[in-house]
Design a protein around this ligand. Structure first.
Ligand code: COA
Ligand code: MG
Length: 276
């Protein structure tokens, strides 16, 4: 599989939810040991993950460990090797150095870093560029950031996300692209609002994100659809690629009555890549 479109969080202390998550169409499931698991349940959650029977198909398995430096982090890492884990989600990452530190402890399995959860993290978003790093994805979160900043709300008076969080989101996007890893949009917490989720996921895809975090199985099909190129988009991309193949020396061409040049070709190839 290429980059997961949907990344579904599931609290790792709930066997019932884990079973549902693994049966969903999520491209990746994130077993959470951090914020959604109470301190008294962390050990039990690790044991549940260690006992999960390996599956040959279904979503990729990722584990969100507790942050570097937290009292649970070291015990969480004992899971690697004892359960079938595709990758690790690192919350509260502040810079590329955190990813490298984790990689030293985990033997270079893929890492998805959540990169906007502390005040300092907003100043580290260019630091993830490192060809030797096992970083595979970067996502952003507003909940922890607002708590860290002492905000009373994440939204403006009119209900839109405040500038600080939109800034965090854009920096995550650009930081991930600069690092050559997947940019993943954050969670949409109101899991009963399907229209709101669809609008947010479509907006994220237009901007360049290629996947989105989910917190409820009902969000998975909406996210998968939003991040899959439509037949029209695929057709248009094929036309652009075909036009440049027919005129390999052309810098700019007309396709469907519109100007297309090299950036359009790059984008068209990306659409076809994702459609496969
Ligand atoms: N993964 C798998 N199954 C889930 C799920 C998830 N993330 N969220 C809900 N479900 C299951 C429920 O267990 C329920 O199944 P059941 O009827 O067999 O008991 C079914 O889906 C419908 O759930 P619903 O009643 O709509 O929601 P809820 O009130 O049970 O749960 C949340 C709401 C928010 C607590 C739950 O969605 C959840 O735990 N989400 C993940 C939270 C998380 O991991 N956060 C960390 C990242 S921000
Ligand atoms: Mg959190």
């Amino acid at each position: 599989m290429t980059e997961p479109r949907s990344w579904l969080f599931v609290p790792a202390d709930s066997e019932r939810k884990i079973a549902k998550a693994l049966d969903s169409d999520a491209d990746a499931v994130i077993f959470d040991l951090e914020d959604s698991v109470a301190p008294a349940q962390k050990a039990a959650a690790r044991e549940i993950l260690k006992g999960l029977p390996k599956r040959s198909n279904g979503p990729q398995w990722w584990v969100r460990v507790n942050p570097l430096g937290s009292e649970y982090h070291k015990d969480d890492l004992t899971l690697i090797g004892s359960a079938y884990i595709h990758g690790i989600v690192l919350p509260k990452a502040e810079s590329g150095a955190d990813v490298i530190e984790l990689a030293h402890r985990t033997g270079n399995i893929p890492i998805h870093a959540i990169v906007t959860e502390t005040a300092a993290s907003l100043f580290g978003l260019l630091s993830y560029r490192d060809p030797k790093s096992p970083l595979a994805a970067m996502s952003w979160g507003a909940e922890d950031l607002s708590a860290a900043l002492g905000a009373s709300s994440k939204t403006d008076a009119d209900g839109d996300l405040s500038f600080t969080y939109r800034l965090a989101r854009s920096l995550c996007l650009a930081g991930a692209v600069a690092a050559g890893v997947q940019p993943v949009d954050g969670v949409f917490a109101d899991f009963k609002d399907e229209d709101g989720l669809r609008a947010e996921a479509e907006a994220a895809r237009r901007e360049g994100f290629t996947g989105k975090l989910a917190i409820h199985p009902a969000q998975v099909p909406v996210i998968n659809f939003a991040f899959t190129p439509s037949p029209d988009e695929v057709r248009h991309a094929e036309e652009i690629v075909a036009a440049f193949e027919a005129h390999p020396d052309a810098g700019v061409l007309s396709v469907g009555g519109k100007m297309v040049d090299r950036p359009h070709l790059v984008q068209a190839r990306r659409v076809l890549e994702r459609a496969r």
